[in-house]
Design a protein around this ligand. Structure first.
Ligand code: C2O
Ligand code: CU
Length: 432
């Protein structure tokens, strides 16, 4: 019996005092104007949005399988809503205006409450005019803790993002600029990583949780000063830790690394102009106590492979610059349809399995995200790949995904390049 099952069963038998059984945390997040320090200190602060005075918002930590409650207070002068990205939660808590809730009006508070089934790295972000509100800073990390602690010296979160700014740190608010919407989306002029901890020792073993919180930028990340393996993708553990050189991260994707620190741990974004430094965790001093052991897999997940899918569907990404014709009303479309319509892309009976062929008929990459579920990527050779909640499909490429639609409700399916979602590349599915 693990700790969670023990708590559940002993609580049910009334063996524990109430305080111990109701260990679920309550958080309060207030969306508000903040002054962020994105540029190096001295180079100007940025007036933007955040939660509880900070951008990124505070790191929320919750135990796997335990109910968390988050009171979201809207201190903005416009509506908002918060989505818990990647959590397989109950539909009414998904945070999507028009599908699962009404917006939280200025001055109002909405209580979200859910039980996260998977331990891993997730994040939360605004899902209301998200191409603007996420770009302005309404996002933060959501960590679902394992039952058993992982054997590392430090557990560090790194939020990667980019911002479109003047040299003095003022945001350039071109969120609806049609040229960027029709191309790769609004990209920042400055990128960096925010670490939850800035210092380690040489010899430490760390878990580094990378979250791409950028609205449109794909980060090709290279790590130096430490070596190790990838242990989880999009919050789901890999059965075998994996070697890496360059890590490709689409918007909203997460990658968990376990690293043995040798020197300062530096993250660089690779670009045609060469490496661009996102940030560094300084190594000072030496941890002589840790013995070299192989990096073990994280505890296994229990999401079965839908090997004989009930249905086969095709989702065509269409539109954009150099994209040819499509019948959707906006710049981007799925299957000739732009934006959320009253009919979903598909209805599924609860438990139904499907293979969906994602066809990228456009000149740009797209990171396709399904709410409320994880799905398996299928390799070009038909092999079963990784479980993800967001999959990167490059220009003029196809990818099959396999999904068990076991979570009832109305779930968005959209490009997580948020400029593209704004430009029409979004639809939904309904599971009943
Ligand atoms: Cu991370 Cu529909 O969102
Ligand atoms: Cu896209």
């Amino acid at each position: 019996m693990n700790r969670r099952q023990f708590l559940a069963s002993s609580a049910a038998m009334g063996l524990l005092p109430r305080s111990a059984a109701s260990a679920s945390p309550t958080y309060r997040l207030r969306a508000e104007d903040v002054t962020g320090q994105i540029l190096p200190l001295g180079d100007g602060a940025t007036r933007m949005l955040g939660f509880n005075g900070s951008m990124p918002g505070p790191e929320l930590r919750v135990r796997q399988g335990e109910r968390v409650r988050v009171d979201v207070e809207n201190g903005l002068d416009e509506g908002t809503a918060v989505h818990w990205h990647g959590i397989r939660l109950e539909n009414s808590m998904d945070g999507v205006p028009a599908l699962t809730q009404t917006i939280i009006e200025p001055g109002d508070t909405k209580t979200y409450s859910f039980v996260p089934p998977d331990a891993g790295t997730f994040w939360y972000h605004s899902h209301y005019i998200s191409h603007e509100q996420v770009a302005r800073g309404l996002m933060g990390p959501l960590i679902i803790e394992d039952d058993e602690p992982i054997d590392v010296d430090h557990d560090i979160t790194a939020i990667l993002s980019d911002w479109r700014m003047e040299r003095d740190g003022t945001l350039i608010e071109e969120y609806t600029d049609r040229h960027s919407v029709a191309h790769a989306g609004l990209l920042g002029t400055f990128a960096r990583a925010f670490f939850s901890r800035g210092e380690v020792k040489a010899g430490d073993r760390i878990r580094l949780r990378l979250i791409n919180a950028a609205t449109n930028r794909i980060f090709p990340v290279v790590v130096s000063g430490a070596s190790g393996r990838i242990v989880a993708l999009d919050g789901i553990s890999l059965s075998e830790p994996r070697d890496f050189e360059q890590i490709m991260m689409a918007p909203a994707q997460r990658v968990d690394l376990i690293l043995d620190v040798a020197a300062d741990v530096k993250l660089d974004m690779m670009s045609r102009q060469g490496p661009y430094e996102l940030g560094t965790i300084a190594a000072s001093g030496k941890n002589g106590l840790r013995k070299a052991t192989p990096i073990a897999a994280l505890p296994a997940h229990a999401i079965p492979v839908p090997s004989n899918p009930d249905r086969h569907l095709t989702l065509h990404m269409m539109g954009g610059a150099m994209g040819g014709r499509h019948g959707g009303a906006n710049i981007w479309a799925f299957n000739d349809i732009s934006d959320l319509q009253s009919d979903p892309f598909a209805y599924f009976r609860k438990g139904e399995t499907a293979r969906i062929t994602l066809v990228n008929d456009t000149s740009f990459p797209h990171g396709i995200h399904l709410h409320g579920h994880h799905f398996y990527e299928v390799g070009a050779d038909g092999s079963i790949g990784d479980l993800r909640d967001t999959t990167l499909v490059n220009a003029r490429e196809n990818r099959d995904i396999l999904c068990t639609f076991d979570n009832p409700g109305k779930w968005m399916l959209h490009c997580h390049m948020l400029s593209h979602a704004f430009g029409g590349m979004r639809t939904w599915v309904e599971v009943t």
